[in-house]
Structures are given as structure tokens and as C-alpha cells.
Design a protein around this ligand. Sequence first.
Ligand code: GLN
Length: 235
Amino acid sequence: ASGVSLVKAGVLTTCTHLPYAPFQAKDETGKVVGFDVALIDLVAAKLGVKQEIVDTPFEGIKSGSDLNAGKCDVAAAGMTITDERKQVLDFSAPYFDATQALAVLTGSQVKTLEELKGKRLGVQGGTTGEDYIKTQVKDKSLDIEVVSYKDLAALQQALATNQIAAAVNDLPVWNEYIRANPAKIVVAAGFDTGEQYGFAVKKGNAALLKTVDEALAAARSDGTYDKIYTNWIGE
Ligand code: GLN
């Protein structure tokens, strides 16, 4: 009735890149859960199907190649809406506001990028955080060695084991890390990049995009969005 056709009958297949808590990560039982998962479950419910999650590198998600190849129907990956990505993906209405943040080990005195002179700064490959840092380093001619990691887990591990002096990623993922590992790291600085996350569909998949936007709008108006926000992000 919705006119939505799915790549695999009877399920809404979601591409994501694990782990990215609190948006998507495995729980103790191995089930993928999180803020994005909960919102896409609402889209699946509206379609009368269950969500099935496919873990895939972020590059294939943001470039549109996974959606174009029919690997999934929708991408839900804490993904920032950018002009470049809008060329290759169709985005839903924004569902989350984020900024970038600089995390350091507790006890580190570093508070600014300038103080990382001659040091190693970790970022996550393919992300807006990586783009932001590379641009800052270039524009301000900063003497920083930028090291890109393949996923958030590798970046956090590098910081926790002191292989890098600091790391940049989206603020909510640092807040979640601190919640799970109290006293290990602190957020030393924030960068107000004014990012907004969107869910994405294959270019031209207007029927599915409409369903995603309607499910989001309904969740915002009936309080479900707020409940999901409180549950996964906090107050
Ligand atoms: N929000 C960032 C981006 O879109 C990071 C996303 C992610 O690593 N899953 O680039």
C-alpha cells in the first residue's frame, strides 16, 4: 500500500557501521541496539516488517555504493548530512544535532588543537571529524600528525592505550564512552560544526524516504522520539 519495494522481501534492511554507540552497537547478547536502531524500528513497524541490520564500512554507506548495489534499503549510521553526500544519497529530515569534540586521557593538559604541536591526533576515517581536522591542520598550518583509524573502536582503543595524544569524533559518542568507562577520558574541547544526522535511501527512492520522514514526524509529535532520546542519549 505504501508503494515501497524492499531489497529483501519482508524485511527492512539497514546498512550501518559498527560500533557507533549510542547510535548503534552490539549489546551483551550480540543484538545491535541504539538510538538509530530504535528510530528505524519505527519505520519497519510502519511498513509491517522487521528491521535487519548489515554491518558495512562507512565508506560504502556515505558514497551511496551500498544503497545503489541493493545491499540495503536504508542507511542509519550516525551519518551527518553534507552537500557532498547529498549528491549521492537522498536524506531524511534531520533527526539529531551533533558537534565534533576533542577527547584526551584524564590528566592530560591538552585543551586546544594548538597544544597538540608535534603530537599524534586520531580521527575516524571517512568521517566529518576527519574532514574537519584535516582542514584545520591545513588552514592553521598546525604541526600535528593526523592518524586515521578504520572505526570508532580502533580510535577509542588507540586513545585509551596512549598511542595518540587526543582523538576527535562526534560529541555524543565520547559522552557514551565516558558513561561506559568512567574516569578514563575527558572531553577537552568542542568544535561547533553544527552537524545534523540524516537517514539515507538510494537516490530517487521517494516512497521509502516518505515513509522514513512520516515515521520520524509521528515519533516527534507523539513523544516517542523524546523517549528514545532520553533512553539512548540522556536528558
Ligand atoms: N557523523 C560522522 C559522519 O557522518 C560520523 C559517522 C560515523 O562514524 N558513523 O561522518
